[in-house]
Design a protein around this ligand. Sequence first.
Ligand code: NAD
Length: 247
Amino acid sequence: MGCFDGKVAVVTGAARGIGRAIAEELAGRGADIVLCDLKKEWLDETAAAVQALGRRTLALAVDVGDSAAVNDCVKKVMDEFGRIDIMVNNAGITKDTLLLRMSDEDWDDVLKVNLKGTFLFTRAVARPMMKQRSGAVVNIASIIGLIGNAGQANYAASKAGVIALTKSAARELAPRGVRVNSIAPGFITSKMTDALSQEVRDQMLANIPMARFGVPGDIAKAVAFLASDEAAYVTGQCLSVNGGMVM
Ligand code: NAD
C-alpha cells in the first residue's frame, strides 16, 4: 500500500513518539522527509533512521506556532526539493488541569501549538500543493477532540478545532486536487502518555475493546494510507485509530 517514491513529506514534531514513527513509515515507502521540531539536534536520531532507509532528509528547527518560522520552513523545502506532496501536522502539547485552575497561559499555549500550528502549516503548503494540483495534508487530532476529557478543556478544544479546520480546508482545496484529512488517535504509548498515572492508564485500558494501548506505528500506518493514492477519494474525514475505544 502507498508507494511514495519521488515524493516529499514534511512531518512536524518528528523528534520522537508518533512523529518519528510517521517519518520512518513514509520513508520506508519511498518518501524524502523534512523533519521539523523545536530543536534541530533533537531530530538527529529520526534523521539517521530515515537515512538508513535510503531517503533524503532535511532537519529544521521550527516552532509550529510561529508564523514566520513556518513560512520560512516551507520556503526552504521548496528551494531544496521543489515540491511538497505530504504535510503531516503532528506536533502537539498538553497542559492538563481542571477548568477552574486553568490559566490563560495554559489555554493559549496549547491552542497555539496544536491548532494555530496546524493552521499555519496547512496555509503555507496550500499554495505549492494547489500549484502542483496534488497533495495530501494529514492532521493529527485526538479522541479527546471527539469526546472531551476532564482536565483537558484546552487540549480537547484544540483537537476539535483541528478536526473542523481539516473539514474546511478539505472543502476549499478539493477542487485543486489537494486532500485534507485528520486522524483521531486513542491512547498511544509515548512520552505524552507516559506522564499519566497508573490509575488513569488502568481506567483507559478497561475501556478499550481491543484490550491494548496503541503504538506509534498504528498511527503511522493510518497516515500512510490517508497520504497515499489508495485514499484518492477520501477528504475531510477524521479517521479514529483507537482499538474501538470510541465508535
Ligand atoms: P510527544 O510529546 O512524544 O511528541 C510531540 C513532539 O512534538 C515532540 O517531539 C515535541 O518536541 C514536538 N513539539 C512540541 N511543541 C512543538 C512546537 N511548538 N513546534 C514543533 N514541535 C513541537 O507526543 P506524541 O504522543 O508523539 O503525540 C504526537 C501527536 O499525537 C500530538 O499532536 C498529540 O496531541 C497526538 N496524540 C497523541 C496521543 C497519545 O496517546 N500519545 C493520543 C491522541 C493524539
